[in-house]
Design a protein around this ligand. Structure first.
Ligand code: TYD
Length: 130
């Protein structure tokens, strides 16, 4: 199980800010897919799954939210990403109003890569799935 924060380069001047990231150089995989979560209902939780193979980087590009990957990591900085390796159970919650959570993914969408049942996830990890 691997989780770590990644800091992106930021350029700020009097007209505004820009942050950038490059596949493989800043992100520890080749990005195959990008999606984003927005308009999250107040108090709603998202996620509740792990992935067999997929790795992701979560970036809250506007507002803030929390990701429960081990003990609840706050994401509130658009120049910071949270790398979530495979075989990590995740939940996202406490989305601030207007928050947008951008996700960079190492794989194309594949429903068979999801483990949506927590008990099944525990046995997957116990049986050495990584
Ligand atoms: P899901 O991953 O369950 O959302 P969350 O983890 O944020 O609660 O995805 C919701 C639905 O969208 C589900 O039916 C699968 C579909 N989906 C795609 O078709 N492609 C994608 O890239 C993603 C992330 C989801």
């Amino acid at each position: 199980m691997e989780i770590r924060k990644i800091r992106f380069t930021r350029h700020t001047n009097e007209t505004g800010s820009l942050a950038f990231l490059e596949s493989v150089r800043d992100i520890p995989f080749s990005i195959k897919r990008v999606y984003y979560i927005f308009d999250v209902a107040k108090g709603a939780h998202r996620g509740f799954h792990a992935h067999k193979k997929l790795q992701q980087v979560l970036i809250c590009i506007r507002g803030s939210c929390k990701a429960l990957v081990d003990d609840g990591v706050e994401l509130n900085d658009p120049t910071e990403g949270l790398y979530v390796g495979n075989a990590v159970w995740r939940e996202m919650f406490e989305f601030s109003s207007g928050a947008v959570l951008l996700v960079l993914a190492s794989e194309y969408f594949d429903e068979s890569d999801y483990i949506r049942d927590y008990k099944e996830f525990l046995s997957y990890v116990r049986e050495g799935g990584k």
